[in-house]
Design a protein around this ligand. Sequence first.
Ligand code: TYD
Ligand code: MG
Length: 453
Amino acid sequence: MSRAKTIYTCQNCGAQAPKWLGKCPDCNQWNTYAEEIVSQAAGKQSGLIDFASLPPKPITEIDAKEGLHIPVGMGELDRVLGGGYVPGSTVLIGGEPGIGKSTLLLQTLSRLAQSGKKVLYVSGEESAAQIKMRGERLGAASANLWVVTENSLERILEILKKDSPQILAIDSIQTLYTGQLSSAPGTVSQVRESTGHLITWAKRQGTTCFFVGHVTKEGSLAGPKVLEHMVDCVLYFESDPGQTLRILRACKNRYGATHELGIFEMTGQGLKEIENPSNIFLGERNQKNPGSVVTASLEGTRPLLLEIQTLVTHSGLANPRRTCIGADNSRVALLVAVLEKIVGLQLYDQDIFVNIAGGIKTEEPALDLGMAVGIFSSFRNLAVDPKTVLIGEVGLTGEVRPVQRIDMRLQEAAKLGMARALIPSRNTPGTKELKNFQITPVKNIEECLHQLF
Ligand code: TYD
Ligand code: MG
């Protein structure tokens, strides 16, 4: 195959040059030049989806049956996808090396194959024998699941032309390359060109595509941002280092909401779905410890009981430390300011550490009250009753503001054996009575502390 004509384009301002340049002479940015294919015909430009010119139609007459979700059969994945996969859609799964992307993909594909779909798994990282060995451990054996080790885009397209699968999986996009470009696999232009071609092909054929993508140290998907715009759904796989818990999160979904979480555990037999995550998050809690409080967060449509751990100790530093793991730094800074001004705590010479146990990351405002009380509890060395849940957003004047879906949170708390909840007073009109469960409304942070200590 002859090499296509290429040109170098600045990814910042769009300036072009026949050779690579370190610094763009137009916008003065460094390292922004990337190799791109020059395409003659407009519209055929690589990466663009060619929907074979269909005439416009009134929206009421468009047949949208294909938009239906088909469950994969793994509840947690289906939840994140918004009910299942949509035929003809493209899904990108990102995550750090070794987190379990290939495992999740193989488990998903085997479910789909067992349901009678023709599935092709293209791996550029592992040999077919390695995949088979992993598959045996995961119980993924089906005659409908085809495996090939390949990383040339041209050869993959040839395979696809010969026998076209209903589901295509590429593991990973960083190993793909096209002979049209001289740059190495994994570079921005290679990833964009190859994936663009496959997406165009899949959209035309109505094939569902799963892509695996690696994540850089900064936490963004390696490869161009444009890739996230091209696919329909971007899922991120995350975990706490050294933990077996894995959290799947959608950061883009054209067919559903993006705030749902899928929670799995990595076991010897692959990823296991966690049915009742609150149990796991509260499992390792030490009873009656100052600085430990329980709160009820809402992730998507699911309430989750979480343990907030706080540690406040005297600091020897000129600028005391404020470290947050899983929580929002600026939120904690705000709560510290409220505690200093309104409650009168002297925290300016204290190191403050806040950790959401279990490796979950959340910016839910309803955690505010829990974090504020946690900081107070650790600072004064007073433990909060372990069967008490704290729910509420804290405002700048120390008022406790209402949160969404209070009933779901309270039910989850009662279900897990909690005995009491402190909730925003403006939330009380909407709450139902629960058996053996006391609900205490609070107006502001001072009232809350009075009730607790
Ligand atoms: P893998 O899916 O290969 O990660 P990725 O594709 O994201 O790089 O997962 C690799 C890790 O998962 C590896 O450290 C071993 C572990 N693992 C298990 O604990 N149990 C299993 O059944 C499998 C298949 C993997
Ligand atoms: Mg892998």
